[in-house]
Design a protein around this ligand. Structure first.
Ligand code: APR
Length: 243
């Protein structure tokens, strides 16, 4: 696709860039996005009905099995050219912050260093009773117990209705306030507070560009809307701006 010259010229001069990614950046790795319909045994469930503390309290094994399925799909797939392009961007731009809603861990796996995981990480588990234990998720089909208090361990992700990790959120907000350019990539922009970051950047005078297959509620508010696959557009952007 043709990347607007104005965006290229602006990014060439930008030294402070913040990026927000959503499930769309992992779609070309073969992972379903949140709003994709689920398949197989899980087709009868909505993520919103599984990714909640109430769902886990009601049927911990069902929720555990859903996350085990998702972890296995993450393990079977790998980061794509969009993730690797952002690793390049982090190397090329003096102050670069990567904020993600994704829990697949692909940004770090691709080599990104400064990653703020607003919704947690599916590779980790933590104590359901909040006693502070956080561990790597072992290959375990049965729900492990907290070594400290004996409660169930649960995926270390933010469920609907739960608050985001404060430290990550504060750093994301600060990077957004300081950004000269904000890129919203592969997110439907439906879930707060992540969805507000692009608006905050714009209010502070940053230029905002969106990379998405489809228009989103953010699209009318951005300076540049690049419609297409992030796995194709991001490498092209890196080449045309910093190549
Ligand atoms: N390239 C760019 N964008 C893509 C691609 C692609 N190859 N494939 C899909 N998309 C876009 C879709 O058009 C959609 O706008 O990615 C977006 C994915 O949106 P969602 O499935 O809503 O995922 P996300 O925005 O990350 O959801 C945010 O909501 O359900 C909660 O906590 C969950 O982190 C998740 C949050």
């Amino acid at each position: 696709m043709k990347i607007p010259t104005e965006l290229i010229n602006y990014l060439k001069k930008a030294s402070r860039v913040a990026v927000l990614t959503g499930a769309g950046i992992s779609a070309e790795s073969g992972l379903k996005t949140f709003r994709d319909s689920q398949d197989g045994h899980w087709a009868k469930y909505r993520p919103e009905d599984l990714a909640t503390p109430e769902a886990f309290a009601r049927d911990p094994k069902l929720v555990w099995d859903w996350y085990t399925m998702r972890r296995n799909k993450v393990a079977e797939a790998s980061p794509n050219s969009g993730h690797f392009a952002l690793v390049e961007l982090e190397r090329l731009i003096p102050h670069f912050t990567l904020i993600t809603q994704n829990v697949d861990g692909y940004h770090r796996q691709a080599g990104s260093k400064n990653v703020l995981e607003l919704h947690g990480n599916i590779q980790k588990v933590k104590c359901y009773d909040g006693c502070g234990v956080v561990e790597d998720w072992d290959e375990d089909d049965n729900i492990p117990r907290c070594p400290k208090c004996g409660a169930y361990l649960r995926p270390d992700v933010v469920w609907f209705g739960e608050s985001l990790p404060l430290d990550a959120l504060e750093k994301a907000h600060q990077a957004t306030l300081e950004s000269q350019a904000f890129l919203s990539i592969g997110t439907s922009g439906l879930v707060q507070p992540a969805a507000s970051l692009a608006h905050t950047a714009r209010q502070k005078g940053a230029i905002v560009a969106e990379i998405n297959l489809d228009p989103t509620p953010l699209t009318p508010h951005v300076d540049f809307a690049l419609h297409g696959k992030s796995g194709e557009i991001l490498p092209q952007l890196v080449e045309e701006v910093w190549g």
